[in-house]
Design a protein around this ligand. Structure first.
Ligand SMILES: Cc1cc2nc3c(=O)[nH]c(=O)nc-3n(C[C@H](O)[C@H](O)[C@H](O)COP(=O)(O)OP(=O)(O)OC[C@H]3O[C@@H](n4cnc5c(N)ncnc54)[C@H](O)[C@@H]3O)c2cc1C
Length: 480
């Protein structure tokens, strides 16, 4: 079998893997980079994609230390996008295909009649974040928002305009990255293949050739955990979970010049419509936390998404033709944060866990990680997200329970659930959510606070979740 020497193998060709490979190979022309990928239920192919910095803000983003770090990273990524995009397009040339990547700016955040106090708090936090970080955020009359035609009882009551917030067509962007990578003589693409250690380095057993390299970047999204474990069972990697997401692209019921979205809510990224490069509307997205990636959308999610989009955004969508059903697994560290940087095993790097803004964060992650790999320059942006860190916990159990209960209520409100108006039913339901979540949280191992956005894991996958947490805590304390 042919032997192939490389300097870095990147495993996983989602937006993070492709961007890291591009940053490495374009940054150092002599470096031999091998990118190993496969088709599958990756997150990147399914993304909108909003390049959301302020649109993603919730109250917790501003009040929790790691929430603030994530907002500041998103703002830094937004600053880097224009030059990053120019460089990728410059290399891709005509290879990216006709039609462009759909990049533009402008986002409207809608606070509508099927929302909850959680949405109001996020709506206020977005305006506050604009003032704090000097980014334009303007309250506009809902009637001024273009392309919205909701049902009367689901209409927006308030709206914010974020004129600088970007968006693009994720699939076109991935094609641009492919063309830029193809144009580099020092990048080789190979299919997914078994990876193993060999002495102090790594070997990828690609079809018809063995690729040996001293360094590997695991950027396999929600599939990264088992790969790392197979390479070195002594690693203390934060477990990587998934938030499965479903979206659709449909024929446009009206021209859409900007992103329309609700605040993040109900464990998800808000309801949104993103203009695509071919003029269609991307409607997203559901979020179903799970411990292992899922390979196809669930009907309940599709139904909920369509119901929300038709009612809250545009009822003309009722007759729109479906172009494509998207499904992907957002990778997320079990403590709610990304895993990016070196591991304790020499030459082994990890870049995953970006949850719902990995496409947006990709230029920053790729440039900073490439700087660390090539020059040994520690990145202040990546420092908090070391893959083998102790679990980050910005929440007490009581706070996480209260926040998760607020997400439950938001979900019930969006589903237009109406309690019987007898006695104290509405408050009894709110109390019941809180009690149910408190019970589930109390059964989780001590020393780890499940972040509220992953709270459904505590009642849908309780046994496997507890095992994963216990394994991780045990490994941290006693080794394997
Ligand atoms: C519905 C949806 C909407 C989203 N919307 C947005 C948005 O608007 N804005 C935004 O910024 N982000 C958005 N996201 C989040 C974003 O998509 C992710 O944060 C990001 O794409 C993660 O990229 P990744 O490369 O780490 O993972 P992935 O894209 O999942 O890529 C990992 C790849 O590794 C492959 N792989 C697995 N095992 C192996 C192996 N052994 N060898 C080789 N390859 C392997 C997988 O098949 C996959 O292709 C959205 C996600 C979803 C699902």
């Amino acid at each position: 079998m042919e032997q192939h020497g490389a300097d870095v193998i990147v495993v996983g060709a989602g937006v993070v893997g492709r961007s890291v490979a591009w940053a490495l190979a374009s940054g150092r022309p002599g470096l031999r980079v091998v990118l190993s990928g496969r088709q599958g239920a990756g997150a990147s192919e399914a993304a909108g994609a909003m390049l959301g910095a302020l649109g993603e803000v919730t109250e917790a983003s501003l009040t929790r230390p790691h929430g603030r770090l994530r907002v500041e990273m998103a703002l830094e990524a937004a600053r880097r996008w224009p030059r990053w995009r120019d460089a990728v397009h410059g290399a891709a040339g005509a290879g990216a295909g006709p039609g462009g990547d759909g990049y533009a700016t402008g986002t409207f955040v809608l606070l509508n009649a099927v929302s909850s106090p959680l949405d109001e708090r996020s709506f206020a936090a977005i305006a506050r974040a604009g003032r704090r970080y000097g980014v334009p955020v303007e309250e506009v009359e809902p009637a001024e928002v273009p392309a919205v035609r909701p049902l009367d009882n689901e209409r927006p009551l308030r709206a914010l305009h974020l004129p600088d917030e970007g968006f693009l067509d994720a699939r076109r962007w991935l094609a641009s990255l492919d063309a830029a990578l193809d144009a580099l003589p020092n990048v080789t693409r190979v299919p997914a293949a078994p990876l193993r250690t060999s002495g102090s380095g790594y070997v990828l057993e690609a079809p018809h050739r063995l690729v040996a390299a001293p360094a590997v970047v695991l950027a396999a999204g929600a599939w990264t955990g088992p790969l790392a474990e197979a390479l070195d069972p002594d690693l203390m990697l934060m477990p990587v979970a998934t938030a499965e997401g479903t979206a659709v692209s449909v024929a446009a019921p009206a021209p859409l010049p900007a992103v329309l979205r609700t605040p993040n809510r109900a464990y998800a990224c808000g309801l949104h419509a993103v203009p695509q490069a071919d003029g269609s509307w991307y409607l997203g997205a559901t979020a179903a936390p799970a411990l292992d990636p899922g390979d196809a959308p669930q009907l309940g999610g599709v139904r909920f998404l369509l119901d929300a989009a038709l009612g809250q955004l545009h009822h003309g969508l009722t007759t729109a033709r479906l172009h494509r059903l998207h499904h992907g697994n957002r990778p997320i560290g079990l403590d709610g944060h990304p895993l990016i940087g070196a591991t304790s095993r020499p030459g082994l790097w990890v870049a995953t866990g970006t949850h719902r803004d990995g496409l947006h964060a990709s230029p920053l992650i790729a440039q900073e990680l490439a700087g660390e790999i090539l020059d040994g320059t520690p990145s202040r942006w990546l420092a908090p997200w070391r893959p083998e860190r102790a679990p980050i916990s910005d929440w007490t159990v009581q706070e996480a329970v209260a926040e998760a209960a607020a997400h439950h209520q938001a979900l019930a409100a969006e589903a237009r659930m109406r309690p019987p108006l007898t006695g104290a039913w509405p408050q009894a339901l709110a109390d019941a959510y809180q009690q149910q979540l408190a019970d589930h949280y109390s059964r989780l191992p001590e020393g780890f606070v499940l972040p509220p956005e992953l709270a459904p894991l505590a009642y849908e996958h309780a046994t496997a979740l507890a095992k994963s947490i216990l394994d991780h805590l045990h490994r941290r304390e006693f080794g394997r």
